[in-house]
Ligand binder design. Structure first.
Ligand SMILES: [Zn+2]
Ligand SMILES: [Zn+2]
Length: 472
């Protein structure tokens, strides 16, 4: 029966004390007894949305590699999201040492983990297709297999293997998005990154060393400093463990699945990172040193761009280098230079544009421009003047500062001039001197975009110095 809220199912039971043909007219039905029957509809279209799943995910195929304490939780949450097919891979058998932080029951000891979790999911989610494989991550460096999936989720907690896998993806050009996730011991936190091929931001962005800019072996997302002994050897068993409880593994699974569902639903379109930060009490009790990121981190569960300005895999590789006589350098990515050139005042009526430069201090006197703010509706602009409405520009600086873990910040300004070869005006020089006085601990750079050429300046003890392009 069609009703305004959709299809409604009605059940009635007709009975009579003697045998009679089914009453086809109203007259004949009068002597029958009519009772309602409770109808519970077991159909996919109705049950999926009513129980919190998203029917639009039923055609999605996910490959889940690793189903330990984190992976098994991920499998369950992917299933409950309504994903149509999950292929689970794990090379291990289920052992009792995992019991309290795993979704599997004790009677599944010695089962291959992937098979046991697939069995569990099949029982719980009637319309989910599940397959299990007794393999390892590195067996999946096969482009034809990977490209059949909408998403790969890796929950093996082995950074070296993850980086090898990522190397393969970069080299082979397989366009499959991957979520990597891991937790740190002692309840300190966990991390998940979504790496969408072709988008800025990749797994290696999470491994750029904050100070040197080179690729490291420990993730820059981590809260525990590397090269410390974080494993424990419990008496009586030869294996070493990183101590963590089920709350840590479930929490880590949740941030990973949140990324997975967000991506599959089309809500997340750029490479993203998420961390959750826990209490430091246990780690401190163990005498472990925590990273500066732990101290400054205030964005638990928030999704931020994964992109790291210094990543040598996914970030711009073509720069224009400007240098001053005193050795100050500015690196401007070609892509940003092209974007700046779009603001050139080529038409007689075009007004000035301006914004703030956001960048990273490579070394004391070297800056890498990462991005810049662009004119806002609230700015005041004429042919030869420009006044920034500082709040909205400043807000972008603060956002970049927070999401880059305080790596990126204000490094100068840019603006356009309606002259072919730009020269700084007296108001420009006065303005720059004020900026320099407010930021005396580091050099600032000022870009002026003319109609034909672009000039870059810095200040040296109040004097305006022009930088020149370093030939390649
Ligand atoms: Zn990258
Ligand atoms: Zn000017």
């Amino acid at each position: 029966m069609a009703t305004p809220s959709g299809k409604t199912w009605v059940g009635v039971k007709l009975s009579l004390d003697k045998k009679r043909a089914f009453p086809l007219t109203f007259e004949k039905i009068r002597s029958w007894k009519i009772e309602p029957i409770f109808v519970e509809v077991f159909n996919k279209e109705l049950m999926l949305p009513r129980s919190g799943a998203n029917p639009s995910l039923e055609n999605k195929k996910v490959l889940l590699i690793g189903c330990g304490s984190v992976g098994s939780e991920i499998a369950h949450k992917l299933g409950s999201a309504g994903i149509g097919r999950i292929d689970i891979v794990d090379p291990d058998k289920f052992s009792t040492s995992n019991l309290y932080r795993h979704t599997l029951n004790g009677n599944m000891t010695d089962w291959p983990k992937a098979l046991a979790v697939a069995f569990q999911l099949q029982e719980k989610f009637p319309w989910l297709k599940v397959n299990s494989y007794y393999n390892s991550l590195l067996d999946y460096r096969k482009s034809d297999i990977l490209s059949a999936y909408d998403l790969v989720v890796i929950a093996i907690g082995a950074p070296t293997h993850e980086r090898l896998f990522h190397d393969y993806l970069v080299k082979s050009g397989v366009k499959v998005p991957v979520i990597y996730n891991w937790l740190e011991g002692y309840g300190i936190g966990g991390h998940a990154v979504l790496d969408i091929p072709g988008q800025p931001g990749c797994l290696r962005c999470a491994y750029v060393e904050p100070n040197t800019g080179i690729r490291g072996l420990a993730s820059n997302l981590n809260f525990i400093e590397p090269n410390q002994n974080v494993v424990k050897n419990y008496a009586g068993c030869g294996e070493m463990f990183i101590p963590y409880g089920a709350i840590s593994s479930t929490q880590t699974a949740l941030i990973a699945v949140d990324l997975a569902v967000g991506y599959l639903e089309g809500k997340l379109t750029e490479s993203t990172k998420v961390s959750w930060k826990g209490d430091s009490l246990d780690a401190k009790h163990e005498g472990l040193n925590l990273t500066p990121r732990y101290q400054i981190f205030t964005s638990s569960l928030k999704k931020h761009p994964l992109r790291h300005p210094l990543c040598d895999v996914c970030q711009p590789k073509e720069f224009i280098t400007y240098q001053s006589k005193c050795g100050k350098r500015l690196y401007l990515p070609q892509t940003l230079n092209q974007k700046l050139c779009t603001y050139r005042q080529q038409e007689p009526e075009s007004v000035e544009s301006a914004g703030l430069l956001i960048g990273y201090y490579n070394q004391k006197d070297e800056v890498l421009i990462d991005t810049f703010t662009t004119p806002k509706a609230s700015d005041h602009r004429t042919r030869t003047t420009f006044k920034l409405e500082s709040h909205s520009h400043q807000a972008e600086i603060e956002k970049a500062y927070t999401i880059s873990d305080q790596l990126l910040g204000y490094v100068g300004t840019w603006h356009t001039h309606p002259e072919n070869i730009p020269h700084p005006s007296n108001p420009d020089k006065t303005d720059w001197r004020t900026h320099e006085e407010d930021n005396h601990d580091r050099p600032l750079f000022f870009i002026v975009v003319g109609i034909k050429t672009t000039s870059v300046y810095t200040l040296e003890k109040g004097n305006v110095i022009e930088l020149s392009i370093v030939p390649k």
